[in-house]
Design a protein around this ligand. Structure first.
Ligand SMILES: N[C@@H](CCC(=O)N[C@@H](CS)C(=O)NCC(=O)O)C(=O)O
Length: 217
């Protein structure tokens, strides 16, 4: 049974789900939310109003982490969560850190991409926060070379788009942020993974086009 994915091209959480679908060899159909995300029409289908969301086998589900864990249980091959209970807990800790601590700091910069909308004080203050979150992640994560070892895990998938966003922001805003060495190595290994390469390229190209429409490139 095919999977319907409500998504928009620029959604980083959507990219996370697309990598999981690809890694598991699943067929899916991408469709945009009717009248855009958050619209009344879309909320009739997905009450949370957020993308990504999936419909599969009669189940309508929003939130990329809920979707990721559902897909991993519904389609267990290849597995994308560690086998042991502590390993799964640590993987979830890293996923949640991404979604709740790192990604919102990156998202906060979106309004600064257009040159006319920039606030130097905000950019510098958010950069301090971003640096501290990256430094925290570098202590928490022990990439080998991916977050849970040699194979791609759910916990890795959110970082693909976030590292792409970070690269774009570094270029556009000249952020005084230093990527910790261990995370730079991790980002390179992640981007080179066969299930990540195409989505990483697609997402970077979408981001580039978006930044160009803002006059940032
Ligand atoms: N925690 C959610 C966040 C998803 C999210 O914030 N999506 C944005 C687009 S990237 C959205 O749908 N925003 C609509 C809204 O906030 O109403 C997830 O992981 O799926």
């Amino acid at each position: 049974m095919t999977i319907t994915l409500y998504n928009v091209a620029v959604s980083s959480y959507g990219a996370k789900v697309r990598i999981i679908l690809c890694h598991k060899g699943l067929e899916w159909t991408d469709i945009p939310p009717p009248d855009g995300y958050g619209s009344n029409a879309y909320r009739q289908i997905v009450p949370a109003g957020t993308v990504p969301a999936i419909i599969h086998d009669g189940l309508t589900l929003a939130d990329s982490e809920a979707i990721a864990e559902y897909l991993d249980e519904a389609f267990p091959t290849p597995p994308m969560m560690p086998k042991d209970i502590a390993g799964r807990a640590r993987a979830r800790e890293l996923s949640r850190f991404h979604d709740t601590r790192l990604e919102p700091i990156l998202r906060a910069y979106f309004g600064q991409v257009a040159p006319g909308g920039r606030n130097a004080e905000f950019i510098a203050e958010n950069a301090r926060l971003l640096q501290s979150r990256l430094d925290q992640l570098a202590v928490m994560a022990r990439p080998a070379p991916l977050l849970t070892g040699p194979t791609l895990a759910v916990a890795d998938c959110g970082f693909v788009a976030s590292f792409a966003i970070l690269d774009l922001l570094m270029d556009c805003l000249d952020l005084p942020v230093q990527m910790p060495d261990s995370l730079a190595g991790y980002a390179a290994a992640l981007a080179a993974h066969p299930s990540v390469v195409d989505e990483d390229a697609r997402y970077r190209s979408t981001l580039h086009d978006w930044a160009a429409t803002k006059g940032a490139l």
